[in-house]
Design a protein around this ligand. Sequence first.
Ligand code: PHE
Length: 429
Amino acid sequence: MAAAGSAVGLGNIWGFPTQAASNGGAVFLMVYLLMVFALAYPLLVAELTIGRYGNADPITSLRKVWPQQKALMGLVGLAGMIAVSLILSFYAIVAGWLLGYLLAPICEAAGLVSLAHWLETFGSGRNLVLMLIFMWLTVMVVRSGVADGIEKWSTRLMPVLLLLFVVMVIYILTQDGAWAGLRLYLVPDFSHLSPKLIVSAMGQAFFSLSLGVCTMMVYGSYLSKSANLPKTAAQVALLDTGVAFIAGMLILPAMFVAQHNGVVIYDESGALLASDTLVFSVLPTMFDTMGPVGMIVGILFFVLMIIAALTSSISMLEVPVSCAIEELNLKRHTAVWWIGGFICVISAVIVFNFDALFGRVVTMTTAYAQPIIGMIFALLVGWIWHRDKVLQEIRKGYPAVESSLFWRIWPWYVRIVCPVLMLLVFFVQ
Ligand code: PHE
């Protein structure tokens, strides 16, 4: 469930619908689904398996897989750590916007109209303050090790989130303009298919499943030996993809309802306008149209989304923190504050150079770093690690694995198909 908490987050509600709306809707959805099940799922099993085998921080786990190449494995672990820190630095900015949209209606109801306006309006000061609050929340959870409690809460709240989504989907579909959005989302128009779309879908799949940055390795190391790894990975992938799919059913129609009401969404060339923040401007508008219940639905929605974002951000911060604790012998407390503080500094640099940096950092980390490091993990499991050792590790929680269909396909799949597919994606663009 912790891994599911890491996977479900802003990637589902913000990343996926934005990408789908920018890349032709249904075609993006199809390629995305293909990427999740043909590429990301096998790699999720690989990453969890390395982590559980290593039973340590990512650098040590990777070194246990290839003990002859300690320096190289250290570098790979470091690359994952840098990538995940950069991801957290933009993630905290986006999660801060959620805080803003949660607090704004409350402030408005309390008569603090100008504060409410400030919270909802894009600006460096507001982005910085909200980012710092979100980072502080993340640091507090990781520092006090109450991750356990948070995960328990998130498992209880996940069904509430799903239910809320379903209610909101039903509501939005009764609004004028919604069906055009639904059509875009579900009826494919293959003229949109392009190499760029495929790279974006691959990046989105890696981002949404938290792959290629050692997060799932750390969580694998916390798993018990009796956990069935292929099954756990399948549950995480299905849940995560289910949430993304439903989020798309909500956001795309909501965008078209807004368009119907006069908001300009696409420019003349068909590119999405203000794509980074569109999801967050469309949703509050929707809550406003709901009458008095709108405020309650809105607050509930943003609270649940902030918790979902928090269960992802703690899994990111846990990667460098676990390395610092085990490799450098630092205390958890010290490691969390130093690393959290450092990430706040990077995040602040992005806030003050938003137009130049934000999109670049997102693309660099999610579309490139995550798939490339993920491919290195696939090569390690496929070519370096002894097949029998991999089998032994998976067998601990899945005694019948050897005679399963999974075992007949997966080893050569991560060995050959995954790396070749990924190289193809990068070469065709
Ligand atoms: N999967 C998370 C989400 O969808 C983001 C994430 C990426 C978490 C990488 C951890 C590591 O929001």
